[in-house]
Write a protein that binds this ligand. Structure first.
Ligand code: GAR
Length: 224
């Protein structure tokens, strides 16, 4: 059952880096495969290429400086209170973390429970954190992948919405593997946003069910 909305879903994207996932969502909206509107792109990094992308697309782009909060006892929460204020002013319904390299606190998590998503370049719960492609190769995994999940207070721990597996090849470096995974990130992030926009994501505890979802295939084997 898909829920017909009167207006496009109001989305904000938080990004710290190059913003290729932001671009994938922008492209999907332009192509009409995602019914959403990006109302704000926000970064904790002044020079984030993601902000420049947003500007080029005519989107509202904001740098929110973490410096004024540095050194205060609740610096991370105080920063998130400022972000929350910005998000509320923009009537944001869904927040997307897209290469946002700052840990979000309960201030945002509680305000956006099951309304904030993150994309991570591993098959969670394996390899949370940083340098995960390198870690997957070094561990000797045969499969890697990416995960879209709802954000909770635990880093990379929230309920999983979608995952894609890709093979790890014998001659992979972390860069070649990251590129293979990134291609899939660009597919599943917009898809997760559209599922949310259609009201098709149901969260029960740790599990996310997709209403009217169709299972695809039986197994991914690597090496095949
Ligand atoms: C992506 O690979 C994303 O999965 C990862 O950062 C990259 C951002 O790329 N995020 C994390 O590692 C979060 N734990 P992008 O700026 O081009 O979208």
């Amino acid at each position: 059952m898909s829920i017909k909305r009167k207006d496009a879903l109001q989305v904000a994207v938080l990004a710290s880096g190059r913003g290729s996932n932001l671009q994938a969502v922008i492209d999907a909206i332009e192509a009409g495969t995602v019914q959403a509107k990006i109302v704000a792109v926000i970064s904790n990094k002044k020079d984030a290429p993601a902000l420049e992308r947003a500007r080029r697309q005519g989107l509202s782009s904001l740098f929110v400086d973490p410096k004024p909060y540095a050194g205060t006892p609740d610096s991370r929460e105080a920063y998130d209170r400022e972000l929350l204020d910005v998000l509320r002013r923009h009537d944001v319904e869904l927040v997307l973390l897209a290469g946002y390299m700052k840990i979000v606190t309960r201030v945002l998590v509680e305000a956006f429970t099951n309304r904030m998503m993150n994309i991570h370049p591993s098959l969670l719960p394996s390899f949370p954190g940083l340098d995960v492609q390198k870690k997957a190769i070094e561990w000797g995994c045969k499969l890697a992948g990416c995960t879209v999940h709802f954000v909770t207070e635990g880093v990379d721990e929230g309920p999983i919405i979608l995952q894609v597996a890709v093979p790890i090849l014998d001659d992979d470096t972390s860069d070649t593997l990251a590129a293979r995974i990134l291609k899939q990130e660009h597919k599943i992030y917009p898809r997760a946003v559209q599922l949310f926009a259609e009201g098709r994501l149901r969260v029960e505890g740790r599990r996310v069910f997709i209403e009217d979802g169709k299972p695809e295939g039986e197994a991914v084997i690597s090496p095949s």
